[in-house]
Design a binder for this molecule. Structure first.
Ligand code: ZN
Length: 420
């Protein structure tokens, strides 16, 4: 953080760690410089970087007593749409499709709704503050790029990212909401979006939307290579058609050596295929280093979280749509999302509840390639403190009275971003 200097220090006392022990944190320049059992004296190296403690005329480090609250790493919002939500704007009643779910029809409804909406920057800010208020300090947002809106959404959300850089880390995906091959000019727009600052190139149902899996993926992966960008593809196709595309994406990722830089969002197909096919897909995804994003949607088969994790696949999560033209749900709370993932997955044991929690924290950090994440010496001091006995109870109880710390400073409390 620009306003912080290396000498700025804070001591956090009586933090409850995931293993139930109480610890004191020493934060220097926005990072954990030491973590010791509660009540222990500052370590020698902390004193070395803080020789001023007690020295007349020098400000002592701030001391914050966390009073035994559970402390966890800040949540990772791995899939959201900052440009299309109406959160904080007027309520938009959901319009049903005329003849079963149809992406093209929904995109048309979306265009109609957006034309009458509050300014995008304002709606994005509302949604972003909702997420930070609930404890997410890193986010991946898809941003619509197509022939009708051009780069206007990307330009607006890039400016929003810049404005809130000190509050939250945001990755942007250039997202072809209207397909690539079926929307002439989109490939060039995606290229330009990546040049402007998007971090990843997106995709949308290569088979069912563009009806050309090879053509669609050729464009996506060529752009990724050209810009050194990651890939995160929306894939809603189910069954064998979905599985086929997952395999194609994994094969390309492996061939291009892009392990750790590719994700498939939704991948519903993984939720409705036979166990032997799932086992093969899991092994292939793990070997290729392709992550799977699921928000455990209410009315869909979705990727089996436990089986994929068992196979070594990084499974992460996000809110996806929040009060937009696709559905009215979403609260921007990744702890509640862990609860939903656990609920829909039939997770009851503590180790399973902890796995649901991992999906919204460490696994998310891995999928997004976040450096220096977690409660560990040297990591960025981005964390959430809340009243809970331990992680499994937090996943079940979803306590809302949380305090969110960004680089060791409180930035949100009880769901609200504090004045900066
Ligand atoms: Zn999405």
């Amino acid at each position: 953080m620009s306003e912080q200097t290396m000498s700025e220090q804070t001591i956090f006392r009586n933090a409850k760690l995931a293993d139930g022990s109480l610890a004191d944190f020493f934060v220097t320049g926005g990072r954990f410089s030491a973590i010791v059992p509660a009540g222990k004296a500052p370590p020698a190296d902390f004193a070395a970087v803080a020789p001023a403690i007690g020295t007349p005329g020098i400000v002592d480090p701030a001391i914050i007593d966390l009073d035994g609250q559970l402390v966890v790493p800040a949540f990772v919002e791995g899939h959201i749409h900052l440009d299309t939500s109406f959160y904080g704007d007027a309520w938009r009643p959901h319009i049903p499709c005329t003849n079963g779910f149809d992406v093209r029809e929904r995109v048309a409804f979306q265009a109609r709704n957006l034309a009458a909406a509050a300014p995008m920057a304002e709606r994005a800010k509302n949604q972003l503050e909702l997420c930070v208020g609930n404890g997410s300090l890193a986010m991946r947002s898809h941003v619509m790029v197509d022939a009708s809106v051009g780069l206007s959404h990307v330009e607006t959300i890039l400016a929003v990212r810049e404005k809130y850089r000190d509050l939250i880390d945001i990755q942007l995906v250039a997202f072809p909401q209207s397909g690539i091959l079926s929307s002439p000019g989109t490939a060039e727009l995606l290229d330009e979006a990546l040049r402007l600052g998007c971090d990843l190139v997106g995709g949308l149902d290569p088979a069912s939307f563009d009806r050309d899996v090879k053509g669609h993926l050729d464009v996506v992966f060529a752009l990724a290579r050209k810009h050194g960008a990651g890939v995160d593809i929306h894939l809603h196709d189910g069954g064998a058609l979905g599985l086929f595309q997952v395999e194609e994406i994994a094969a390309r990722t492996k061939a291009l050596g892009m392990a750790g830089h590719v994700a498939v969002s939704h991948a519903y197909g993984l939720g409705d295929i036979p166990p032997d096919a799932l086992a093969r897909a899991g092994a292939m995804l793990a070997a290729a280093g392709v992550a799977i994003m699921t928000n455990a949607p209410g009315n869909h088969a979705f990727p089996p979280v436990a089986a994929l994790r068992q196979a070594g696949v990084t499974v992460f999560s996000g809110s996806d749509n929040i009060r937009d033209s696709w559905w009215p749900y979403g609260d921007g709370d990744m702890l509640n999302r862990a609860n939903m993932i656990g609920y829909r997955s039939g997770f009851y044991e503590d180790r399973e509840l902890a796995a649901a929690f991992d999906v919204v924290t460490h696994a998310g950090a891995r999928a997004l390639g976040l450096a220096d994440y977690g409660i560990a010496v040297g990591a960025k001091a981005d964390f959430v403190a809340m009243p809970a006995q331990h992680v499994p109870e937090a996943v079940v109880a979803v306590p809302k009275d949380r305090t969110v710390y960004r680089r060791g400073k409180a930035v949100a409390r009880d769901g609200k971003v504090l004045a900066r």
